[in-house]
Design a protein around this ligand. Structure first.
Ligand code: 6PG
Length: 248
């Protein structure tokens, strides 16, 4: 395994996304094993679909009564909309596994954004405690360095009180609901999945560039007491200087 462990993060590089996803699934399964409650914050976009499909394929290795699904962000659209992060997770995972309905805690993208953000924060605190922490938070990386729906140049990057906010993202011309840095950096483990050459520049800046989170919001990710696992393929890792070993 080619690992580079920094102060609190590990970079795992693999040739193909299949290898990467299977290894990420194995880590998640091992983390969940034997737990009474395993709260996963799901990431959206397209990359994690393969991980969710793998979790569905390997479903016998997970205790679905213990698994609770949350989301790190959501687009402000109905749950059956093609852009919905919930819909992607439903299609690739939820509909295939015996997870109790009450264990799925989606963000209500169909509602008024501010109301939906407040309702989701209330649910997080009710289920995960006053200072909500997941068992594992999954995150992706945009080619502009965003993560969850913390986009470059947005005030959300500096939100320190709320755990969830709704904001209008100019560059997308759309409303988004997202965990804030205060929620992302709770004491829990974080797993990034980053695949493809389009992410190489952002990944290099986030991991090896100067600290400028307004430009590269994923730089804010530094969970208190948690570990950050960066699962990346060779294309995304192609510009990294500090991962010396060739992937296995
Ligand atoms: C979203 C995600 C977002 C995503 C990145 C990477 O709602 O889109 O939460 O942060 O993880 O944009 O997306 P891809 O995996 O599709 O490249």
């Amino acid at each position: 395994m080619s690992l580079r462990t920094g102060s609190s993060y590990t970079v795992i590089v693999r040739h193909t996304s299949d290898e990467l996803v299977d290894e990420a699934a194995t880590l998640l399964i091992n983390m969940a094993r034997g737990t009474k409650i395993f709260a996963i914050g799901l990431s959206g976009g397209s990359t994690p679909r393969a991980l969710y499909e793998t979790m569905a394929r390997r479903q016998s290795e997970l205790d679905w009564k213990a698994i609770h699904l949350f989301w790190g962000d959501e687009r402000c659209v109905p749950p059956d909309h093609p852009d919905s992060n919930y819909r992607m997770a439903y299609e690739s995972l939820i509909q295939h596994v015996p997870i109790p309905t009450e264990n799925v805690h989606r963000i209500r993208g169909e509602d008024d954004p501010q109301a939906a953000a407040e309702a989701y924060e209330t649910e997080l605190r009710a289920f995960l405690g006053e200072y909500p922490r997941f068992s594992l938070l999954l995150l992706g990386l945009g080619d502009d360095g965003h993560t969850a729906s913390l986009f470059p140049g947005t005030a959300a990057i500096h939100e320190s009180q709320k755990r969830v906010i709704a904001h209008y993202v100019e560059k997308l011309n759309a409303w988004r609901i997202t965990l804030t840095p205060a929620a992302i950096n709770a004491p829990h483990d974080v797993m990034f999945l980053v695949v493809g050459s389009s992410k190489a520049s952002a990944l290099k800046q986030v991991l090896e560039g100067e600290k400028q989170p307004d430009v590269y919001p994923a730089q804010i990710v530094n969970p208190f007491l948690g570990r950050v696992y960066w699962f990346v393929d060779v294309s995304a890792a192609s510009l990294l200087e500090k991962t010396p070993n060739e992937p296995r």
